[in-house]
Write a protein that binds this ligand. Structure first.
Ligand code: NI
Length: 168
């Protein structure tokens, strides 16, 4: 198990377009394993290779803590619908922002054996896939944020306020 250093916003590696993976070498397998370890250690739901400084088209997600999914050379085939909600990123530590994204995604990718698979996802999983896929093209969610980037404290206040409003 190896935890890699997560690059933070401002690091130029996060703005680069990543390259396709041609074959999964031992080194790439180690990278993938480290990416899962690093994501779980940081309590994230997704991590893309450029976030650990590697410009390869690879990302991992696990939105439940029990459903790890690896995407190699992902391709978004279709999106539909719309969802608006708070989003964060391990490369933008301690911040949250409101982002609107499609609510449904159909994606094609390769697994660890370079076998192609297709999957469809809705809601939070769709959000995570689209967020991570953006990383592979050098984009961060902050480019899509509506309104201010909130600190955890500010977010907490807003959530408490809306709870009080509901109770009124
Ligand atoms: Ni991110």
């Amino acid at each position: 198990m190896a935890i890699r250093n997560i690059r933070q916003m401002g690091d130029p590696v996060l703005t680069k377009v990543c390259k396709d993976v041609k074959d999964v070498s031992e080194r790439t397998k180690e990278l993938i394993s480290d990416m899962f370890d690093t994501m779980y250690e940081a309590e994230g739901v997704g991590l893309a290779a450029p976030q650990v400084g590697i410009l390869k088209r690879i990302f991992v997600v696990d939105v439940t803590g029990e459903d790890p999914i690896l995407f190699i050379n992902p391709e978004i085939l279709e999106t539909s619908g719309e969802q608006t909600g708070y989003e964060g990123c391990l490369s933008v530590e301690g911040k949250t922002g409101m982002v609107t994204r499609p609510d449904h995604v159909k994606v094609k990718a390769h697994d660890i054996n370079m076998n192609e698979f297709e999957m469809e996802a809705d809601g939070f999983l769709a959000r995570a896939i689209l967020h991570e896929n953006d990383h592979l093209n050098g984009h961060l969610y902050v480019e899509k944020v509506e309104g201010p980037l909130l600190t955890n404290e500010e977010l907490q206040q807003i959530l408490e306020q809306s709870k009080e409003d509901e109770e009124d």
